[in-house]
Design a binder for this molecule. Structure first.
Ligand SMILES: NC(=O)c1ccc[n+]([C@@H]2O[C@H](COP(=O)([O-])OP(=O)(O)OC[C@H]3O[C@@H](n4cnc5c(N)ncnc54)[C@H](OP(=O)(O)O)[C@@H]3O)[C@@H](O)[C@H]2O)c1
Length: 245
């Protein structure tokens, strides 16, 4: 498979890229830190990626970088089967409430930037007859909750967008794959108390690669979070107002 990945220098993105490299897929990396991209590309080549792993500058906070980065990925891979966006920002609710600029950056990267990048990628995939577009939302987008009001709102918007493009473009060959991680131990969650059922990035990556191969529209990682969120979605508003979860 020929795959372009945005956000694969760390965390779950890196684990997904490594799993794809190990089976000999052709990869191209997109991101904002060229030194890290170069290091990650060499790492993936050593781990078995087919051919040279190229990379290009793309920043979710700068939409002018999207088209040239995707153009270069498509050119160097000689086509594109899948585009995977794991890039994103996280901050705790209080930090965002107390810092409007940080809050705006997070909303911009996780919703507007991600959706606009996905739109550019979707058009490219459909122009070639179809392909797989995958992005990482969050269980935080499944219900408005006290600790993740702002982060969750951006992820809810992204989830909604992915459902919409699945309905609108599936018949034209688009496979829209939305990943909803629960708590996964990465740099993003470093310093937070892991809840029960916290997952590892490598296990999440296995779920993601299977979903990419099958074109599964929505997957939770770890899978148990599907059932946890099912229960949380059923809780009455009066209960949600009282509990801290
Ligand atoms: N970990 C969890 O428990 C969890 C739970 C739910 C959802 N998620 C979601 O899953 C995804 C991956 O999370 P993770 O834990 O693997 O995160 P991570 O380890 O913090 O990695 C995030 C990646 O995003 C990139 N990135 C950040 N801002 C960017 C920007 N403006 N432009 C381009 N790239 C940017 C980072 O690159 P730099 O090196 O340039 O910063 C890094 O490669 C995220 O969308 C996150 O919201 C994670």
């Amino acid at each position: 498979m020929k795959v372009a990945l945005l956000g694969a220098t760390r965390g779950m993105g890196r684990a997904v890229a490594r799993a794809l490299a190990a089976r000999g897929d052709r990869l191209f990396l997109l991101g904002r830190d060229e030194r890290e991209l170069g290091r990650s590309a060499s790492d993936l080549e050593i781990r078995g990626a087919a051919d040279r792993v190229g990379f290009a500058h793309a920043d979710l906070l700068d939409s002018s970088t999207f088209a040239p980065a995707l153009e270069q990925a498509e050119k160097e891979l000689d086509g594109l089967d899948a585009v995977v966006v794991t890039a994103g920002l996280f901050a705790e609710q209080e930090a965002l409430e107390n810092d409007p600029e940080r809050c705006e950056r997070l909303l911009q990267a996780n919703f507007t930037g991600t959706v606009c990048f996905c739109e550019a990628a979707r058009k490219r995939l459909l122009a070639r007859g179809g392909g797989t577009l995958c992005a990482f939302s969050s269980v935080a987008g499944d219900r408005g909750r006290k600790p993740v009001v702002l982060y969750g709102a951006a992820k809810a918007g992204l989830s909604h967008y992915f459902e919409g493009i699945d309905h609108r473009f599936h018949a034209q060959g688009l496979r829209a794959v939305l990943v909803k991680p629960g708590f996964v131990k990465t740099g993003m969650t470093a310093g937070l108390e892991p809840p029960p059922f916290a997952g590892e990035p490598e296990a999440a990556a296995e779920i993601v690669v299977r979903a990419l191969d099958r074109g599964t529209p929505v997957v939770y990682a770890p899978g148990i979070w599907r059932f946890i969120l099912l229960a949380i979605r059923m809780l009455p508003r009066a209960v949600m107002r009282r509990i801290g979860f």
